[in-house]
Design a protein around this ligand. Structure first.
Ligand code: AMP
Length: 397
């Protein structure tokens, strides 16, 4: 059943609650990547251009104690939003109460208000993260309609998404949510073939569901990064000191059997005697890793194999680095893969959040991918084929 979209709503004169995902990376109270704010702009602009009174809210980090609050205020985010929007954003440093209610009552058509980090409500008993019914009901009472644009939190039922939806007549998807559902959902449900999935990252255990689901949907599943060594072990190869989950070796064997002809593993690997950027490195065949060495990146032959595998693909989904990309000397594989996908012609290219999304953006390739997801955990769960509670709670048309 199709979901209600923001464009289906009558917004003029309405108090429009907008759940955004402004959980941006910060260092010393400074935003280090404002992508999530930028991505939310179309929805916010649409609300104000159509005469709505925008009431924005988001979580930011984890808030467990009173001391955490100082570091987790959304005030710097409201400031950045104001710059990006070119319009005043009235920031209310509360999550409930008289001051917030009065500010909302005074809000005029086309104005923007943002209230404090929803997770401030977690200090006295996880009200936000535990989807406390009273809190969802209270927040719902502050508005007339609800727009959920926070894909990054959609895999959790919290008071600020599912809780509000349960207590308000209409919940619609914002433009970012719509885009995420269209591209990630589209790739999982109805991909254009050939469909190639590329999965990297540290551990098999984090991605079992994704590998299993994508083995059903994709024509090829490329496995790289730390995960690959558990698959090497499953074939009886020596992995030296490489990251390897011994309790997942049996599972890797089963996946290799199920994914016969589909799973593509690295054929060579860059090894080093220690986990350090300065460590001397060399390239060996994947089944020739000596004791005392660990694999930290994919090698040049593997990159050629990746290029052959993605050639002619119509849909490509990439999640996770194929090496320890935090070390510049072992980031080459991930960078080359990113560049390869950015320049792939005729394919829908989707980056499924997290580290791979930051890599694509920081390398300046953002505009060369069809879609870069703003959701880490949410995009993984969506790629697993799971229903996301925040999405389920959006009204049906
Ligand atoms: P994930 O969060 O599961 O996507 O994993 C990302 C992490 O995987 C990054 O921090 C990478 O450094 C790490 N990673 C990728 N390849 C390797 C490897 N060969 N050995 C150890 N860690 C790796």
């Amino acid at each position: 059943m199709s979901k209600l979209m923001i464009t289906d709503l009558q917004l003029k004169g309405k108090k429009v609650l907008v759940r955004v995902d402004f959980n941006v990376p910060m260092k010393d109270q400074k935003i280090t990547d404002d992508n999530r704010i930028v991505q939310a702009l179309p929805t916010i602009k649409y609300v104000i251009e159509n005469g709505g009174k925008a009431i924005l809210f988001s979580h930011l980090g984890r808030v467990k104690t009173e001391e955490d609050k100082a570091k987790a205020s959304l005030a710097p985010v409201a400031k950045r939003l104001e710059e990006l929007l070119g319009k005043k954003v009235l920031f209310v440093p509360q999550t409930r109460g008289a001051e917030l209610e009065a500010a909302i009552a005074n809000l005029k058509e086309g104005e923007v208000l943002m209230f404090e980090n929803t997770r401030f409500e977690d200090i006295n008993g996880k009200k936000e993260s535990g989807n406390d019914p009273e809190l969802g009901k209270y927040w719902a009472s502050l508005g007339d309609v609800f727009v959920n644009d926070a894909f990054g939190t959609a895999h959790r039922a919290h008071a600020s998404n599912a809780g509000i939806s349960a207590n308000i007549a209409q919940t619609a998807a914002g433009f970012l949510m719509e885009k995420e559902l269209k591209f990630i959902g589209g790739a999982v449900d109805n991909p254009a073939h050939p469909f190639v999935a590329i999965l990297g990252g540290a551990k098999v255990s984090d991605k079992i569901g994704v590998i299993e689901n994508l083995l059903k949907k994709a024509d090829k599943v490329i496995i790289g990064g730390g995960m690959a060594y558990t698959f090497f072990k499953a074939q009886g190869w020596n992995v030296g000191d490489s990251i390897c989950e011994l309790d997942k070796v049996e599972l890797a064997k089963e996946l290799l059997e199920k994914g016969k002809g589909k799973i593509v593993l690295p054929v060579d690997t860059v090894i080093a005697p220690e986990f350090s950027n300065e460590a001397p490195s060399k390239v060996v065949k994947s089944n020739e890793i000596p004791d005392g060495f660990q694999g930290l990146d994919v090698g040049p032959e593997t990159l050629k194999l990746y290029a052959e595998t993605v050639k002619g693909a119509k849909t490509v989904v990439w999640n996770g680095p194929v090496g320890v990309f935090e070390f510049s000397n072992f980031a080459k594989g991930t960078l080359a893969l990113c560049e390869m996908l950015a320049n792939l012609e005729g394919a829908i290219t989707i980056v499924g959040g997290g580290d791979s999304a930051s890599a694509a953006i920081s390398l300046g390739y953002a505009s060369k991918f069809t879609h870069i997801s703003t959701g880490g955990g949410a995009s993984l769960e969506y790629l697993e084929g799971k229903a996301l509670p925040g999405v389920e709670a959006i009204s049906n048309k």
